[in-house]
Design a protein around this ligand. Structure first.
Ligand SMILES: Cc1ncc(COP(=O)(O)O)c(C=O)c1O
Length: 152
């Protein structure tokens, strides 16, 4: 039976396979697995790519999300009980990052064609407690895909 993969990560990674393999081998061979040269290089390259002054490498996506929201609390832009809007089809890490900071996740349904948060449904969820919107491009399709889907 022929199946169409929803998300073919192998196909995506294979486009850069040699570069990925070489980078992993270099780190393994160095014997230096925490911070160090490779992380510093990633941080400066990603900061340049994002056109920002700083980038801090974090162990995983969940920690990164937790720390972003924690930082907003630390600098006084958010407080316990504030609301953060997220797409209802997001990965659980988004919700855990919000709830572990004692913030309230507010779910908004995705657009059925793009799988991204439906911008038309966001307004009705915004109130005095809303502090942020995490759009999450999880399985999100681009405008071209939306056009293709609408034809077929
Ligand atoms: C949208 C999204 N956010 C956060 C995470 C969490 O990333 P990690 O598994 O690196 O903690 C994932 C993981 O799949 C994810 O898909």
């Amino acid at each position: 039976m022929n199946t169409i993969k929803f998300l073919d990560l192998l196909k995506i990674n294979n486009q850069h396979r040699q570069e990925i393999d070489e980078a992993i081998k270099k780190v393994l061979d160095s014997g230096w697995y925490l911070l160090g040269e490779a992380v510093e290089k990633f941080e400066s390259s990603f900061a340049a790519y994002c056109n920002v002054k700083h980038c801090i490498g974090i162990s995983n996506g969940l920690d990164a999300l937790i720390l972003i929201l924690r930082a907003y609390i630390e600098i006084g832009l958010m407080k316990e009980g504030d609301e953060v809007i997220v797409p209802a089809n997001t990965y659980i890490a988004s919700i855990l990052a919000i709830s572990s900071n004692k913030l309230i996740p507010v779910l908004v349904e995705p657009d059925i064609l793009t799988y991204n948060i439906n911008p038309d449904l966001i307004d009705e969820k915004i109130n005095a407690k809303t502090r942020a919107i995490i759009p999450v491009h999880l399985y999100g399709q681009c405008a071209e895909m939306e056009a293709i889907n609408s034809i077929s």
